[in-house]
Unconditional design. Structure first.
Length: 252
């Protein structure tokens, strides 16, 4: 009887040991578990990003990451107030496009002609479109980073697909930096000229557009010789894109 009991116990132990999976199988199962969660988290991040992009189709961005960082730097709130594009002088929108992205209505977020020109010049000239600048300022951060550039490259076509060209330009006009602590065309037009954005003249609009690449170093109210020269170029460019139809995607 004792021997029979021992045999039964041995049989039970043997069966249990057979159920136990090999080490390789356990490692594979662990990897699959991790992979499934990586996929789930990635899809969740993508879904959240899409919702965030869709949100600003209607909602207006209040303050960007860069605005908040500037507030910390200067120790005060930035001068910023949202204004609808319908309440901005049409020449201001054309001036910005002429200065920053003349082919704005003809590309899907990336100006390949400008990119090739930038490559040929050894990176001495910029090639960022208004769409890329909006993505960087609204959703990402400033500074040179491969991660930021990769995210910008991924998000820009999505913004172009979901937003209208007019909406992208409207957001740009409201978040662009025009002076130290001055953001958006509403604050800029009053800061420099003492008028609302709806009353900007052709020259005033061109001067605001002329300082956009270096707003901390240039002034629209006390223009340098370079800013004056650039202003004349932008006035001509704004008139040109109106005539040849390159403003059709954001203005009737």
């Amino acid at each position: 009887m004792v021997r029979a009991a021992k045999k039964k116990t041995t049989a039970k132990k043997t069966s249990k040991s057979k159920v136990k999976r090999p080490l390789a199988a356990r490692i594979t199962a662990g990897r699959m578990f991790v992979w499934r969660w990586v996929v789930r988290v990635t899809l969740l991040i993508i879904a959240a990003a899409l919702l965030w992009i869709c949100l600003y189709v209607w909602a207006n961005p209040h303050k960007t990451h860069y605005m908040r960082s500037e507030e910390l730097r200067i120790g005060a709130e930035v001068d910023h107030e949202w204004v609808d594009i319908e309440d901005v002088a049409p020449v201001m929108a054309r001036s910005v496009v002429a200065a920053e992205d003349a082919n704005y209505c003809q590309h899907w977020g990336f100006d390949m002609t400008a990119i090739r020109a930038a490559v040929d010049s050894g990176g001495a000239r910029g090639a960022s479109t208004l769409s890329q600048q909006v993505v960087k300022n609204v959703y990402l951060w400033h500074g040179r980073s491969y991660v930021r550039k990769a995210l910008e490259a991924a998000m820009t076509p999505i913004v172009e697909l979901i937003w209208t060209k007019e909406r992208i330009l409207e957001v740009y006009l409201n978040i662009a930096e025009f002076d130290d602590g001055v953001f958006g065309v509403e604050a800029a037009s009053r800061h420099y000229f003492g008028v609302g954005p709806e009353n900007l003249s052709v020259t005033q609009a061109a001067r605001l557009a002329a300082i956009l690449p270096s707003p901390k170093k240039r002034s629209a109210s006390r223009p340098s010789n370079y800013v004056r020269k650039r202003t004349r170029q932008i006035i001509d460019g704004a008139a040109t894109i109106r005539r040849d139809g390159r403003a059709a995607c954001f203005q009737d």
